[in-house]
Design a protein around this ligand. Structure first.
Ligand code: ZN
Length: 327
């Protein structure tokens, strides 16, 4: 195919180009023909201009961007404003549009907020994005879940000969608790995991090493209004808030924290703030993805809530996972 000199892109055009350059998975050359008609089989067929408009790219850049695009499948680079292109299937593409939009709007502001809160944790509401986070939480428009007939778990490593009871596996009392993702130092809250293995992953430095573990099972029946910040990538489109999409997509809320004894955990400042907002807005807790395992965790703001019941005494078991598959 002939090589044309591609027009150089201006800085603004380049920014727009970045949004779409990886979306051209197929073009008309990749499709089979029936006599002289193209049968569009590969990728979702759409007009190139339509695609550029979906990404809100101003028309003045369309021709230059089209001339710079390359088909991922065949390397064709002869696109113009009349071309059709094949993108990934519809749903993936919608998710992609949403993530690009979320980052465009909030990524820089999130980074600024993370810096600001390190210096002025108690003055964070001076930051406009912090105020927006609080407002969204108070608007009661974010997803919630209800804990009805719900089983969950907490674990502790067996350290010595002491036999633990349910109190030992429960929430640390006021003044004893260390800072956590959703609690300030000394505040008593109950963290539980949705599966036993997830609760084990939460307490181990290396999940793939065998260990001796105490596990307490709980039954919870009737705690409503849990702020649900769990990301379900399949249903991600249902998460309407663009701001929380940006926070979740940038791993702001599920950063892994080192287990050292440092009292300085800046990665928890923003989640502590979100917990304060959620409590003030009368949520009973927050559900969130584990940073170490595929299931999720829940923090319950009232560890003495009458609907939380320990099931029997804690059990001891040998955690002996299969070694990870090395490929
Ligand atoms: Zn192609």
């Amino acid at each position: 195919m002939p090589q044309f000199r591609q027009p150089r892109l201006s800085k603004q055009a380049k920014n727009h180009f970045q949004k779409v350059k990886d979306l051209i998975k197929y073009c008309s050359y990749d499709q089979p023909y029936d006599s002289s008609d193209v049968i569009w089989l590969y990728g979702q067929k759409r007009g190139l201009v339509d695609l550029l408009n979906t990404y809100k790219i101003p028309a003045i850049y369309h021709a230059d961007i089209a001339a710079n695009l390359v088909c991922k499948s065949c390397g064709n680079n002869e696109f113009n404003l009349k071309s059709f292109v094949g993108t990934e299937d519809d749903k993936n593409n919608q998710i992609h549009v949403k993530l690009v939009e979320a980052d465009r709007k909030f990524k820089k502001k999130i980074i600024d907020l993370q810096e600001y809160i390190k210096f002025y944790p108690s003055l964070v509401l001076d930051n406009p994005l912090a105020r927006k986070i609080q407002k969204e939480i108070e608007s009661q428009t974010l997803p919630i879940c209800i804990l009805d007939n719900f089983y969950c778990f907490r674990s502790r490593i067996v350290g010595d000969a002491k036999v633990f009871n349910s109190v030992d596996l429960g929430a640390p009392e006021v003044g004893i608790a260390r800072i956590g993702r959703y609690n300030h130092p000394g505040q008593s809250v109950l963290y539980v995991s949705e599966s036993r293995d997830c609760s084990v992953a939460e307490i181990l430095d290396d999940y793939h090493q065998p260990a001796l573990i105490w596990v307490q099972k709980y039954h919870i029946d009737g705690i409503d209004n849990i702020l649900d910040l769990k990301i379900d990538w399949g249903g991600f489109l249902n998460f309407e808030s663009i701001l929380f999409t940006a926070l979740l997509n940038n791993n702001v809320l599920e950063r892994r924290m080192s287990r050292d004894n440092s009292t300085w955990k800046p990665g928890y400042l923003l989640t502590n703030f979100i917990a304060d907002c959620a409590k003030k807005a009368k949520y009973n807790g927050i559900r969130y993805n584990s940073s170490k395992y595929s299931d999720s965790n829940i923090v319950l703001f009232d560890p003495k809530h009458k609907s939380i019941e320990a099931v029997d005494k804690p059990d001891i078991f040998i955690h002996d996972p299969k070694p990870p598959v090395v490929s």
